[in-house]
Design a protein. Structure first.
Length: 274
């Protein structure tokens, strides 16, 4: 038996990267998946974003792992998109037990529409998280079976990650701090319903958001405002793998963490201690 037999997880940003890894990990342990991703380019994001083909690949991997999955293309900034994905999942599976508010962008080196980069960052990384939580919690409360909500923050949500002060970078840091506030609010209010709420804080993860030709070129041309050594960790690794975050997410979502709520959970190879 798997830790998540009979459980349903609603995952945003599921087309690739950490979201895909989380979906496969939970499916391997028995969960069914509701997967939402934008699958289009946001103009202020400098690296290529996910595609419908990426989301389809996630679905194939989940099924190969033994899970069922419902996918929907939509934008967490639009409540109606989140609602539609949730409704499709409920129609198929009947309930949601685990929520992974994971969708994210990193418009940190935008050199064009600077002000728009701020708005896009905050809208996706903070408002998008609130949209998800606000939509899913009423039915979780009404069902009375508890649950687990995990928000993907960052080491930037616990430190300045002061690479530069471009608006997109400022938005990223502010939003990643902001979701910690949401987590603390909801963990205090939902605890009486048996719903646990936590944030996970990765350091640099080897996904297309971080590992891409566009950022490498920017870092080479702009060493004074690029990451450079900012991905240095206490442990001898510059970037960790998405599976490392998935292992932590699976723990926080499981009964192994049944009394863990309201915590900021770093998976950062010691980054915050450097």
């Amino acid at each position: 038996m798997g830790r998540f037999d009979g459980k349903v997880a609603f995952i945003t940003g599921a087309a690739r990267g950490q979201g895909r890894s989380h979906a496969v990990k939970l499916a391997e342990e028995g969960a069914d998946i509701i997967a939402l991703d934008i699958c289009e380019q946001i103009p202020t994001v400098f690296y290529p974003m996910s595609t419908k083909e990426d989301l389809d690949e996630t679905a194939s991997l989940v099924r190969a792992a033994g899970g069922r999955i419902v996918t929907h293309v939509g934008d967490v900034r639009r409540r109606e998109d989140v609602q539609r994905a949730y409704d499709l999942g409920i129609a198929e599976f009947g309930h949601v037990d685990i929520v992974l508010a994971n969708a994210g962008i990193m418009p940190v080196i935008n050199e064009g529409a600077q002000v728009q980069a701020w708005h896009d960052g905050v809208d996706v990384l903070l408002t998008g998280v609130w949209n998800v939580i606000d939509i899913v919690t009423p039915a979780m409360i009404e069902r009375g079976e508890g649950g687990s909500i995990i928000i993907t923050s960052s080491t930037a949500g616990l430190s300045s990650l002061g690479l530069n002060t471009l608006p997109g970078q400022a938005a990223y840091v502010a939003a990643k701090h902001g979701v910690v506030g949401l987590m603390r609010l909801y963990s205090s209010q939902l605890g009486k319903h048996g719903i646990r709420v936590n944030t996970v804080h990765p350091c640099g993860v080897d996904t297309p958001m971080v590992s891409n030709d566009e950022y490498t070129a920017f870092a080479t041309a702009n060493p004074d405002v690029a990451a450079g050594s900012k991905f240095d960790n206490a442990l001898p690794v510059r970037k960790i793998e998405a599976t490392d975050i998935s292992n932590a997410v699976a723990f926080l979502a499981s009964d192994d963490a049944r009394y863990v709520t309201g915590v900021t959970f770093p998976v950062d190879a010691g980054f915050l201690n450097v």
